[in-house]
Design a protein around this ligand. Structure first.
Ligand code: GDG
Length: 461
């Protein structure tokens, strides 16, 4: 496995495997194959070669402050991220960042080739995400006999937007050296295929296959990422979550709760969501005091200017709404938490929510939506899911979610109200159906499908 970060984090009791579906889903595969993980060791004291509970060798790539600035904060997060999220902010184009991105990708490739050389049999290499898009090509020349897969966790934009990037050919060539390239949805896959065909006339598309002029075939496939549904089912019903839930229930007694849980990122539609809440309270005075909106905003990329600006804008909105609609001696309408909360608390919020607002302007998949429906279904809940048309999850839930266009702030505010007004039996049935979808296509299925496609796509040289 090659990813920007190693799958470990340091807590008060030392190093442990990182929480999250990806690591959980890979744990059995890694244990079985005696796997290895190459990633940036973002810790001043370095990362140990093994961490208890994770049967996997860790191979750190150490980056200087200059590398991190150009490769990570720069090219990955200020050029590719906004471009791939349909330009919701203007990408910054900087040649020096691009050079650093190439250098760092090269170092990841060399570190990976060293790991491969330690194995008797050539292992399968699976590369994750937009930080490492040049890696398949670099690896192909260093280890020609390894199956190489790539998965993109963010959307792939339409060709009209992608071709604005000065180094568009280089990125596509980087990816096209893989045996299989995975995307969350058929739409992102099609955007990629159309970009390839637009820029490289010699490439033929045939179903899931792209045939390059040299005859090499590459698979471009849609495999939606998901969650470990059992893990979230147990989280929902654990004693600690129950305890947290009861406390929240009491705090919000007599009020219907809207919930948002996001990294504080401009792609997540938090400002538009707050504006919709404000419009709803303005339009419907009888809802004032009867509804509360909880926004968990997990700090993210706060050394990037656009993210610091976003925080100021969001906090201004929250202040304005609370200033307008709080009655002295009563609770505020918007509860804004600028921090992550422990998992049990997150589970309790998912249980508490009457309407979960997942309203990104653009989002590759969005796992919060999947976690919410699974937690609700595990406890017989009847919460509604307000879901943006512009996230991967929308392709899976159809009309069981209340679908919204977050750019239409007024329309979204009306949909918030209709979500609240849905009949209880109807809401329960919808939650059950959406949870069934997530259970059928959980994260283990994603890993199996991805690995199978990489193996099948591989032709020995
Ligand atoms: C990228 C793509 C794609 C959030 N707040 C807390 C907390 N979380 C956890 C959630 C969820 C995860 O963080 C967020 O995942 P998302 O999928 O919603 O969003 P991104 O971070 O943007 O992820 C996205 C994903 O990659 C996978 O491919 O779906 O489209 O942008 O798991 O539970 N966890 C805890 N406390 C919090 O306060 N413990």
């Amino acid at each position: 496995m090659v990813a920007n970060r190693l799958p470990v984090s340091r807590g008060p009791e030392g190093w442990r495997a990182a929480a999250g579906g990806l690591v959980t889903a890979l744990r059995p595969v890694i244990a079985e194959t005696g796997g290895a993980w190459v990633g940036w060791d973002d810790d001043p004291e370095g990362v140990p070669p093994r961490v208890e509970g994770l049967d996997c060798d860790l191979h750190p790539v150490t980056l200087s402050a200059h590398d991190v600035q150009g490769y990570y904060h720069g090219f990955a997060n200020r050029t590719v991220w906004p471009l791939f999220h349909d330009l919701v902010v203007e990408p910054v184009v900087d040649r020096a960042w691009w050079r650093t991105y190439q250098d760092v990708n090269r170092r990841f490739a060399e570190a990976t080739a060293e790991v491969v050389a330690q194995h008797d049999e050539t292992p399968l290499i699976w590369v994750q995400d937009y930080h490492l898009m040049l890696l398949p090509e670099m690896l192909r020349s260093l280890v020609p006999d390894a199956p190489i897969g790539f998965f993109l966790h963010v959307p792939f934009p339409p060709p009209e937007l992608f071709i604005r990037l000065p180094w568009r050919d280089r990125l596509l060539n980087g990816l096209l050296a893989a045996d299989s390239i995975g995307f969350h949805t058929a739409q992102y896959r099609d955007n990629f295929v159309r970009s390839v065909q637009h820029l490289f006339t010699g490439v033929t598309a045939l179903g899931d296959l792209l045939i390059r002029p040299d005859g090499r075939q590459v698979r471009a496939v849609a495999h939606p990422i998901s969650i470990d549904t059992e893990e979230f089912g147990s989280l929902a019903t654990s004693d600690e979550t129950q305890h947290e839930y009861e406390a929240l229930k009491e705090q919000f007694d007599g009020r219907r709760v809207f919930l948002g849980v996001d990294r504080l990122d401009y792609t997540k539609g938090i400002r538009h969501r707050l504006q919709s809440i404000e419009l709803m309270l303005e339009r419907e005075p009888e809802l004032r005091g009867k509804v509360a909106f909880v926004q968990v905003a997990v700090p993210s990329r706060d050394d990037v200017q656009e993210y610091r600006d976003l925080r100021t804008q969001v906090e201004t909105e929250v202040g304005r709404i609370n200033g307008r609609f709080t009655e002295p001696g009563h609770d505020v309408p918007v509860h804004y938490l600028y921090r992550g909360v422990p998992r049990e608390k997150l589970g309790a919020y998912y249980r508490l929510a009457d309407v979960m607002c997942v309203t990104p302007l653009k989002d590759g998949m969005n796992l919060v939506a999947k976690e919410f429906v699974v937690v609700q279904a595990a406890t017989g809940g009847d919460g509604a899911l307000l879901l943006s048309e512009f996230c991967g999850a929308a392709a899976e839930f159809g009309d069981d979610a209340v679908r919204c266009n977050p750019f239409d702030v007024e329309g979204q505010s009306e949909l918030m109200e209709s979500a609240l007004a849905l009949d209880e039996i109807e809401r329960k049935a919808r939650i059950r159906r959406m949870a069934e979808v997530v259970k059928r296509t959980d994260v283990f299925r994603w890993v199996t499908d991805e690995l199978a496609d990489i193996e099948e796509g591989f032709t020995r040289p």
